[in-house]
Design a protein around this ligand. Structure first.
Ligand code: J76
Length: 283
């Protein structure tokens, strides 16, 4: 059954739109696992906290320093891009997406990455101590990396953020947000029938709702045997930050008796929810 989540990945996502020579905006989101902790909209000078523990174990002063670094970065980034566009003769509008991540690994180690996409395609990443063009990136990506690699100060700052600041921030977040991150909410489950797929057949629907965290396993079974043809829906968000999933199975009407829906979720321990299809139900 799905294990309680023990490793969390931090993701920072930057979305920058350049409509023309003067209109631009940059928005940034920060996630820890499936929880959004930060929002930094273009209109705002400061990074917004979406959880009371978003500052982790950073002091006021450490947070101010980090935020200042990010403010300088956002201004410089915008200026840089305007310059690159001129230098490389690129056309507006352009979309740049930057994603930055940090995964804590066992034994106090961590793994971080930073990569950038241009018009939805990877163009470059930061590896070790330098900027590297992505495989299959346009030829100008070489030129861009060469230029970026001349700025030793920025490379040091990026390295410091990826390998020192972010892992430390994440460690503090795991500590301060522990109870919320380890929250377990049990699902409810119920059965219904959907529109018959064709005459003489039934569509059995198993609804599972209200669970947290997201990993869940829902199957149609006959006895212990998993039924082939089970259709997994997408896990959808409920409004109360829990999740919802429906799983359907099409069967001949005569075969429906003896089928059951089995739900495995970390909040249930070994006590799977099992719902039996009532062969006599009126659908
Ligand atoms: C995502 C985190 C990156 C943090 C980088 C922080 C460092 C920084 O802000 N550097 C800018 C200012 O640099 C000057 O001041 C520094 C001290 O504050 C140092 O002294 C430094 O030596 C000095 O030059 C600097 O202007 C950077 O160039 C800002 C932008 C860096 C960047 O990420 N560029 C970037 C990334 C992706 C450019 C292009 C892409 C891909 C898109 C391609 C489409 C055209």
């Amino acid at each position: 059954s799905p294990e309680p989540q023990t490793s969390y990945s931090f993701r920072g996502l930057q979305i920058s739109s350049f409509a023309n020579r003067s209109w631009t905006r940059t928005d940034v989101l920060g996630w820890l696992g499936e929880l959004q902790l930060y929002t930094w909209r273009n209109e705002s000078d400061t990074v917004g906290f979406l959880k009371p523990w978003s500052q982790g174990t950073f002091s006021e002063q450490q947070w101010e320093q980090l935020q200042h670094t990010l403010q300088v970065y956002r201004r410089s980034f915008t200026r840089d891009i305007w310059e690159f566009v001129k230098m490389l003769h690129l056309d507006y509008p352009l979309e740049i997406q930057i994603s930055l991540g940090c995964d804590l690994l066992p034994r106090n180690t961590s793994e971080s990455f930073l990569r950038a996409a241009f018009q939805g395609k990877d163009v470059l990443s930061f590896q070790g101590m330098s900027w590297v063009p992505a495989p299959d990136a346009p030829p100008w990506s070489q030129e861009l990396c060469k230029k970026l690699n001349q700025d030793q100060g920025t490379k040091e700052t990026v390295h410091w953020l990826l390998h020192d600041v972010w892992p430390e921030l994440v460690r503090g977040l795991l500590q301060m947000g522990k109870s919320e991150l380890e929250k377990q909410v049990k699902p409810e489950a119920w059965l219904s029938s959907g529109p018959p797929p064709r005459p003489g057949h039934l569509r059995l629907v198993c609804h599972v709702s209200g669970f947290y965290p997201k990993p869940v396993r829902v199957t149609w079974v006959r006895g212990e045997q998993e039924e082939p043809g089970t259709q997994q829906g997408d896990v959808m968000p409920n409004a109360d930050s829990t999740w919802y999933l429906r799983v359907t199975l099409d069967v001949e009407a005569a075969e429906a008796a003896g089928l059951s829906c089995r739900v495995k979720h970390s909040s249930l321990g070994d006590q799977d929810i099992i719902l039996y299809w009532d062969g006599n139900r009126v659908s």
